[in-house]
Ligand binder design. Structure first.
Ligand SMILES: Cc1cc2nc3c(=O)[nH]c(=O)nc-3n(C[C@H](O)[C@H](O)[C@H](O)COP(=O)(O)OP(=O)(O)OC[C@H]3O[C@@H](n4cnc5c(N)ncnc54)[C@H](O)[C@@H]3O)c2cc1C
Length: 619
């Protein structure tokens, strides 16, 4: 049965002329009869939620599902988890199709405004900025890469006036979250066994990923566990949030359990936090469901875990934010805080394409032509469909990196495919999700479409530039105004250029030359006035075809009282309002040096403990 549904899903995916047909959610209906005990939904008996809960958690993403679940472990408390989207489906569990999911209702589908130094060649000159929507949040549509970041990232948080957030303080929460399935890491003191989130290597391994790992020694790099202290710099296969070749979302990891005191509302869109004007106490939320406005109360706390964009948006809609901005929209200010500032992300460049002379790459065109046999291969883990698009990472130091020791500044994301390689029947879905227009794509990559290629996406780990999120209006259903301000600090661009040049050198190693790797040299449309391969040429490429990692963070910054930009304190309590916390990726004072889901799970685990220690210690 399982196999037939997946086969049907892949078939529909290919024949569907229009990706807006939401086949994923249709397929999901059969899968929905799963284990969440209580939810307000006609299909599940339509039990009514209560009028009042001990805790209300807004958003069921990486952090929200974690917090709700951990609080529900206190049996005398009741918890309401409100989520704007619906449930994941069977088809979303295939890691290889992550990019396709950005064209479904599982994505809030935001965009930046026009950028001065970035996304200049993309559709409408803006960067598409996805964020996940549904029970699981961005873990429904993300790329499953599990990377914790550097020891120094967390030590810096603590040094900035946030006691309890040093690496040694947060390590137990990374461990608590994890069930490591990589045999050689099971005994590592830095990994967890028995936690809710399985971490494994992708089920399928390509020949090209072996070449990447072999190339490490030729450029003086170790191969090791990037999630253990002291071995961040180096190359490795990806540790991923998958098990047996299937995506594991935060909802699967944390919510599929017999928790009678945890009530879940899907398609419940929270529009406002209710705050008593006089006492400044948060006492509930307003939300819309089925076009009806409703209200639910919280006895103890309201916890906002709506993700970096929507947590900031919800605070501002509720009067918590920069006074001048709220005034301009006629919103009464409850607490004048720098909500929405400090936006951070990992910009990157994904345009490098290396051709190889064997049929060893992930070429959707070939796979989809032989669909039936491929569908069956998924089940014995011999298919590219059971792997992640990114197969390995390398953490390297550029010449601009002045940090001593194990602190890289560029991440290589290795793919045995490329934007060009997935042309043809693959639908060029990766480049579409990045907003690369047809003209730029075809004029640059014609001749190498649907060919065997590999690529390294070069990701900046510690951006100096900062962006901003603001409300477009006081209407909660309008998309926020997002200014990423990428590359406003020139060093950000220079580091990526260096990473690109280092990647080209890497392609010349014996390991890659075994496959005759050659760089595709048609200059990028828009940068043809510059000498191919020069620094100005690469700078132009990055500014033209900027690629993002969707690691939005920092808009509800954690910091001490004296930090004028802080929104929450080290207990994650919002300044100036009682009984209100933000617990999600938005609280990061500075972005971690890696992909953000692992640290967000950690924030969820630690945040839940902070809430427990407040209320369980009260007499
Ligand atoms: C396309 C994509 C690819 C990514 N790839 C990776 C990767 O490979 N590795 C990695 O480490 N990280 C990756 N990330 C980032 C990672 O998934 C996020 O950092 C992480 O999920 C953030 O967790 P969160 O809890 O802060 O927010 P989310 O997981 O985004 O959850 C927020 C939830 O709140 C809900 N919500 C928002 N507003 C409201 C409202 N008003 N009312 C009710 N509910 C609301 C949303 O619908 C959502 O479910 C990726 C992200 C995206 C979008």
């Amino acid at each position: 049965m399982d196999g037939k549904v997946v086969l049907l899903g892949i078939f529909l995916l290919i024949v569907s002329p229009c990706f807006s047909i939401n086949i994923f959610q249709l397929l999901g209906q059969s899968y929905r009869k799963n284990l969440i005990q209580f939810r307000e939904d006609p299909q599940f008996g339509n039990k009514k939620i209560l009028d009042e809960y001990d805790f209300i958690v807004v958003g069921a993403g990486a952090a929200g599902a974690t917090v709700a679940r951990r609080l529900a472990e206190v049996s005398e408390w009741n918890i309401l988890l409100l989520e704007a989207g619906g449930e994941e489906s069977l088809i979303t569990s295939l890691p290889s199709i992550a990019h396709y999911l950005q064209f479904t209702n599982y994505n809030w589908a935001y965009h930046t405004e026009k950028e001065l130094h970035a996304c200049k060649g993309l559709v409408n000159k803006t960067c598409p900025w996805p964020a996940g929507k549904g029970l699981g949040g961005s873990t429904i549509i993300n790329n499953n890469m599990y990377t914790r970041g550097n020891v120094r990232d967390f030590d810096r948080w603590a040094e900035a006036g946030n006691p309890g957030w040093s690496y040694n303080d947060v390590l137990p929460y990374f461990i608590k979250n994890e069930n490591i399935e990589v045999p050689e890491l099971k005994k590592s003191p830095y990994h967890g066994v028995g936690g809710p989130l399985p971490i494994s290597y992708p089920a399928y391994k390509s020949k090209l990923v072996d070449a990447f790992l072999e190339s490490a020694s030729e450029v003086g790099m170790p191969v090791g566990d990037y999630n253990a202290p002291g071995s961040h710099v180096g190359f490795s296969r990806i540790q991923s949030t998958t098990s047996n070749g299937r995506r594991i979302t935060s909802a699967r990891a944390y919510l599929h359990d017999n928790l009678k005191n945890l009530h879940v509302v899907e398609f419940g869109y929270v529009t406002k936090i209710l705050i008593d004007d006089r006492t400044k106490v948060a006492y509930g939320v307003e939300f819309m469901k089925n076009k009806r406005k409703r209200k639910v109360l919280a006895k103890k706390e309201v916890i906002i875990s709506a993700g970096t964009f929507n947590s900031a948006k919800l605070l501002m809609l509720s009067g918590i934010g920069p006074k001048e901005h709220l005034n301009s929209l006629g919103i009464n200010t409850v607490s004048d805080l720098r909500v929405g500032d400090n936006l951070q992300e990992h910009p990157s460049f994904a345009g490098l394409t290396f051709l190889v002379n064997e049929t060893v790459a992930f070429v959707p065109d070939r796979i989809y032509r032989d669909l039936i046999s491929e569908a069956f291969k998924i089940y014995d883990k011999k298919s590219f469909m059971a792997t992640l698009p990114p197969e390995a990472v390398g953490y390297v130091k550029t010449k601009y990196n002045k940090d001593i020791g194990d602190i890289p500044d560029i991440e290589y994301i290795f793919m045995s495919s490329s934007l060009a390689g997935e042309g043809g029947l693959g639908g060029s879905i990766g480049r579409r999700s990045m907003g690369v227009p047809d003209k730029l794509f075809y004029e640059t990559y014609n001749g190498v479409l649907a060919r065997d290629t590999w690529s390294i996406w070069v990701m900046l780990m510690y951006p100096e530039s900062r962006g901003q999120v603001r409300l477009r209006s006081a209407n909660p259903f309008e998309k926020p105004v997002i200014n990423a301000n990428f590359f406003t600090h020139p060093l950000d661009l220079k580091r990526i250029v260096e990473g690109i040049k280092m990647t080209i050198e890497l392609s010349k190693t014996k390991a890659f030359q075994k496959y005759g790797s050659t760089l595709h040299k048609t200059p990028l449309l828009g940068c043809r006035h510059l000498e191919f391969g020069s620094d100005p040429y690469w700078e132009c490429c990055i500014e033209t075809m900027t690629m993002q990692m969707h690691h939005q963070s920092g808009t509800c910054k954690m910091g001490p009282e004296w930090d004028r930009n802080a929104v929450v304190n080290s207990q994650l309590k919002v300044y100036g309002v009682n009984n209100l916390r933000v617990i999600d990726c938005s609280i990061m004072p500075t972005i971690t040096g890696a992909h953000t889901v692992a640290p967000t799970y950690m924030i969820g685990e630690k945040g839940a403990d902070l809430v427990k220690s407040t209320w369980l210690n009260k007499a």
